[in-house]
Structures are given as C-alpha cells and as structure tokens.
Design a protein around this ligand. Sequence first.
Ligand SMILES: [Zn+2]
Length: 98
Amino acid sequence: MKYDDSDYEQVTGSDFHNFLIEKGISLNCPACENDNVAIMADAADGPVQTIFMTINSPPRLAGREVPFMSLTCRNCGFVRHFQAGNVLDWLKEESRNG
Ligand SMILES: [Zn+2]
C-alpha cells in the first residue's frame, strides 16, 4: 500500500502506541532497559512525527525516501524507528475489523 503525507499526518501518538502494544513491542529501551520511553509525537492525540530517511544505494533506489515513526528513550536517547507503512497498514486493518 502506498501512502502520502496526508496519511501520515492522521496517525496520532495514541495510534502509534496501540500499534506497538498490539505488535508485542517491549516499551523498555533495548539499549539501557529503562522504561522511560517516549513516542515522538506532538501529543497522545496529536500527530506522530514522521521521519524520512533517504536511500543512497543501490543506485536504482537512490533518492527514494522511506518514512518512519519513532520511539525514543528519555534516559539514554536511543531511538527506534518503525516503517510508517506498517503502522498505517495496521491502522487500516483495525478500522476494517471494527
Ligand atoms: Zn535507553
């Protein structure tokens, strides 16, 4: 499924939190094991920050941007990125199921 900026803007901090819980992601930091982690979003009911990383190689993909939604550790600063498409696919599936 292909998404655009307006799709990403509709994902809230709460949506992303629910995605992490439903996927069984440990909220404890994998680097320092602290449980003081934060979703990178304006607010629980505000939009998640979408971070784009640019592919450099292989050349056929160079310049393509891949969107991520992220979780950061308030203790050590370790950041985990999740592909935004997976979050949106999950949200779409959730809304279909009720
Ligand atoms: Zn940490």
